[in-house]
Write a protein that binds this ligand. Structure first.
Ligand SMILES: O=C(O)CCC(=O)C(=O)O
Ligand SMILES: [Fe+2]
Length: 348
């Protein structure tokens, strides 16, 4: 791919001033470390009939508390299903800009939308991100797949249908491992989050960028759902914040990156973390990723789980309806601050 044109722009992408971040928001790539990394967990060691597999539960629990992120291998999702998904996403972003433009929308409530995100800088102009993202609901898959517009061809529909079914089962397994790790009944989180989940998928495309130091593929954020399963192409770009430092996440063949999102942080009363992460660009290779967000239905009431509140762990967040959180997230005047801070209780 030589040049890429964002769907809502009239000329090929170039590093014009509206993509250039103010200095304090730039990625500062020389400070990023690859020495530390998020844990890699082999799920094939987990067997519910075998107590030694509690080691997997323990590893996940530790990763959730320390990093809020981990990678999983031998997760049981066929390689072919993942490859087909990646190919379909790549083809989608190869559609001519005028075809993608029909999908463009700034309305976050739309079932299907294509967006070029912006960063609202306090006291400044909006800065465009060096990426284009295509998102839509993914549950129940057989009901939503035919709602995708015509230009989303059969390659994407077929690949996505297979992929969504696999990820649906994988998330259920992960939620049960995470529940056990928290000392809860195995189906606790699934019941809480997954009765009638509201799930979005987001395919991200990051074209090569002439100067990755000046721009960002996706600005730092925490995910506001419950848990995210990320599939990335073999080009790295994801970075995770650990104790104020950025760590770059290596690409491992046939692995998924799992991250906890805000609702699990609240439900676990802060024991598990939803941490800041971002995507940076590179000068040579286009990069593709697919984030499958798994979150509660807007009517679900969320708050720290009773069993996880005690003298040593005083309650950290107030109760709310998930729709309230989402509303706060999309407030136009919102700038950098992560939304979960608004639901924190004062330290006593
Ligand atoms: O592309 C990536 O690696 C990160 C994507 C991401 O964080 C998101 O879609 O929320
Ligand atoms: Fe994210």
């Amino acid at each position: 791919m030589n040049s890429f044109q964002l769907a809502n722009e009239s000329s090929p992408l170039s590093l014009t001033p509206n993509f250039i971040l103010p200095e304090h928001k730039r990625p500062n790539l020389s400070q990023v470390t690859s020495l530390d990394s998020i844990p890699i967990i082999d799920l094939s060691y987990y067997d519910e009939n075998n107590p030694s597999s509690l080691e997997v539960v323990h590893k996940i629990s530790k990763a959730c508390g320390e990093f809020g992120f981990f990678q999983i291998v031998n997760h049981g999702v066929p390689e072919q299903v993942c490859n087909n998904m990646m190919k379909a996403i790549t083809s989608l972003f190869e559609l001519p800009p005028e075809e993608r433009e029909h999908l463009s929308s700034t309305d976050h409530t739309k079932n299907v939308r294509l967006v070029n995100f912006c960063l609202k800088v306090e006291g400044g102009e909006k800065v465009k991100m060096w990426s284009e993202c295509f998102s839509h609901f993914w549950y129940p898959i057989d009901d939503i797949i035919h709602l995708l517009p015509e230009q989303i061809g059969t390659q994407y529909r077929e690949a996505f249908t297979d992929y969504a079914k696999e990820i649906g089962s994988l998330v259920k397994r992960l939620l049960s491992l995470i529940s056990i790790g928290l000392g809860l009944e195995e189906d606790f989180l699934l019941k809480k989050v997954g009765e009638q989940p509201r799930l979005r998928a987001q395919a991200n495309f990051y074209p090569p960028c002439p100067d990755p130091e000046l721009t960002m593929g996706l600005q730092e954020h925490t995910d506001f759902n419950a848990i995210t399963v990320l599939l990335q192409s073999e080009i790295s770009g994801l970075q995770v914040n650990k104790d104020g430092k950025w760590i770059s996440i290596p690409c491992i063949p046939n692995a998924f990156v799992i991250n906890l999102a805000d609702q699990i942080e609240v439900l676990s009363n802060g024991r598990y973390k939803s941490v800041l992460h971002r995507a940076v660009t590179n000068t040579v290779h286009p990069r593709v990723s697919m984030a499958m967000f798994y979150g509660p239905n807007p009517n679900t009431s969320i708050g720290p789980i009773q069993e996880l509140i005690d003298e040593e762990h005083p309650i950290k967040f107030r109760n709310y309806r998930f729709s309230e959180f989402v509303e706060e997230y999309y407030k136009p005047e919102r700038t950098g601050k992560t939304v979960k801070e608004n639901f924190k209780l004062e330290d006593k």
